[in-house]
Design a protein around this ligand. Structure first.
Ligand code: NAD
Length: 492
């Protein structure tokens, strides 16, 4: 793999029909290293004609792939997951350069989680089946069939993981996928496409088109595409769903959140603080499921805050490629300014900066989009920093008295992606979790997302689920076949 760190990554083309192809649009954009501000390379943009070419290719790919047995499809996917693991280090470096996240995360989570997903659905591919029912003579059976061509549209925080989480179940079920990475992180999806081809995926079954909202729209509005799966902001989700409605596409939406993390008095304080750190500062806070509203019961509040501040001060921020770095750079200058704007707003709203609260003073980091991990104490539910998704390393600490009260406050949001509860009282943990309006809840941990477990949101955080057996439902449709054995009874 050529090294973008040395500035020698060539212009990136589109990946259509099993090979790199020049975009017909003639347009391109640059992708930038968030930690240094340096251009990594330019990337060609897919215009309407390119999307047409990707759809025509996917149609051909689908015709071959959907006729193969599940076992054969699983074999290809299995080979792909092995290659992903073999190239983990190179892919992780590329992901770090494109996203600014620490290599110590990318190397153990991003590619591995993607490979785990491809492996999981490789295993399921051979087991997909319909059902048979005897009707006392006649009978019917159902066939579980693929949808056709699916579009995957990714966010920039976990680029290769998102590409795998969408493509693996889609391909296992016999669909073809056209994937559009986020414009800020276009690189690793192309590598995934190369790997699928190398593993034996027929040409056209996984195409990558690059670009902005306009390219995404060309997919969501295309009548030849049967489904769209988006990971992105709530506002984008609404637009995608409206566009998809024109041809009644299936949609899966993995959107934003402002999730609550509730810590009761009896919790193990060390584990709860670790949970809060993971729920706020992993990937420098750019995780959709983050528990950014940390509610701590009165009796534990002060001790919790003290330990949280102490541990936050110890986090190492810096060069994402340094294996000791724990906090990398935010995705773009614009996003960095947005996060800093929220920090200013938090101060104006009367919250107290307990630690962090701005950019690091280190001059060597000045060209990167670095923001100190920040804890706001003394927050109230009506503050904008408590209500709105910041998507950066900003934790809001809130205090509560009673279980009933905290459940009501936790649920008082249009979002419903995730939630966490820390307590030693397991009866209480299950009781509270049952009443939390969230798609994924963690008890005494946070942000753990094994591929076997369905993941997704309720309320405005999304529709549908990724991962687990349930994702099969979202990438297939049933056909019922009635079989008559005794002729046709006629009333005429
Ligand atoms: P975004 O909504 O700005 O963009 C997401 C993708 O949609 C990009 O590829 C973008 O080009 C494309 N897009 C934008 N407008 C479009 C349109 N009108 N039609 C079609 N495509 C369009 O989101 P982002 O800034 O890339 O990512 C951050 C957001 O993603 C946060 O809100 C975060 O919570 C969310 N997210 C959710 C999950 C989840 O699983 N629930 C995971 C990661 C990120």
């Amino acid at each position: 793999m050529t090294s973008p760190a040395k500035g020698n990554l060539p212009e990136q083309k589109l990946y259509i029909h099993g090979r790199y192809q020049d975009a017909l649009s003639g347009r391109s954009f640059e992708t930038v290293n968030p930690a240094t501000g340096e251009v990594i390379c330019s990337v060609q943009v897919a215009g309407a004609e390119d999307v047409e070419a990707a759809v025509a290719s996917a149609r051909e790919g689908f015709a071959r792939w959907s006729r193969m047995s599940g076992t054969e499809r699983g074999r290809v996917l299995n080979k792909a997951q092995r290659i992903l693991r073999e190239r983990n280090r190179d892919l992780a470096i590329l992901e770090v350069l494109d996203t600014g996240k620490p290599i110590q995360e990318a190397e153990v989570v991003d590619v591995i989680s993607g490979a785990d997903c491809v492996e999981y659905y490789a295993g399921l591919a051979a087991s997909l089946h319909g059902e048979h029912m005897d009707l006392g003579g006649d009978f019917f059976y159902t066939r579980r069939e693929p949808l056709g061509i699916c579009a995957g549209i990714g966010a920039w925080n976990y680029p290769i993981q998102i590409a795998c989480w969408k493509s693996a179940p889609a391909l296992a079920c016999g669909n073809a996928m056209i994937f559009k990475p986020a414009e800020l992180t276009p690189l690793t999806a192309l590598k995934l496409a190369e790997i699928y081809t190398e593993a034996g995926l027929p040409d056209g079954c996984f195409n990558v088109v690059q670009g902005f909202a306009e390219t995404g729209q060309a997919l969501t509005r295309h009548p030849g595409i049967a489904k769209v799966s988006l990971t992105g902001e709530v506002g984008t989700g609404k637009k995608v769903m409206a566009d998809a409605a024109q041809s009644l596409k299936h949609v899966t939406l993995e959107l934003g959140g402002k999730s609550p993390l509730i810590v009761f008095d009896d919790a193990d304080i060390e584990h709860a603080v670790n949970g809060a750190l993971l729920a706020n500062f992993y990937t420098q806070g750019e995780v959709c499921s983050n528990g950014t509203r940390v509610f701590v019961q009165e009796g534990l509040h002060d001790a919790f805050l003290a330990r949280l501040v102490e541990k936050t001060k110890g986090l190492k921020l810096g060069d994402p490629l340094d294996p000791k770095t724990q906090i990398g750079a935010l995705i773009s200058r614009e996003h960095c300014e947005k996060v800093l704007g929220y920090i200013d707003l938090g101060r104006k709203e009367g919250a107290e900066v307990a630690v962090g609260g701005g950019r690091p003073e280190n001059a060597a980091l000045a060209r990167g989009n670095f923001v100190l991990p920040t804890v706001f104490a003394g927050c109230h539910d009506d503050m904008a920093i408590v209500r709105e998704e910041i998507f950066g390393p900003v934790l809001s600490l809130l205090s509560f008295k009673e279980e009933e009260e905290v459940i009501a406050r936790a649920n008082a949001t249009p979002f419903g992606l995730s939630a966490g509860v820390f307590t030693r009282d397991l009866a209480r943990a299950h009781r509270v979790v049952a009443r939390l309006e969230a798609g994924t809840c963690w008890i005494n941990t946070y942000n753990v997302t094994p591929i076997e477990m369905p993941f997704g949101g309720v309320k405005q955080s999304g529709i549908g689920r990724e991962n687990g057996r349930i994702a099969i439902e979202h990438y297939t449709q049933l056909k019922s076949v009635y079989v008559a054995l005794n002729g046709v009874d006629s009333p005429y």
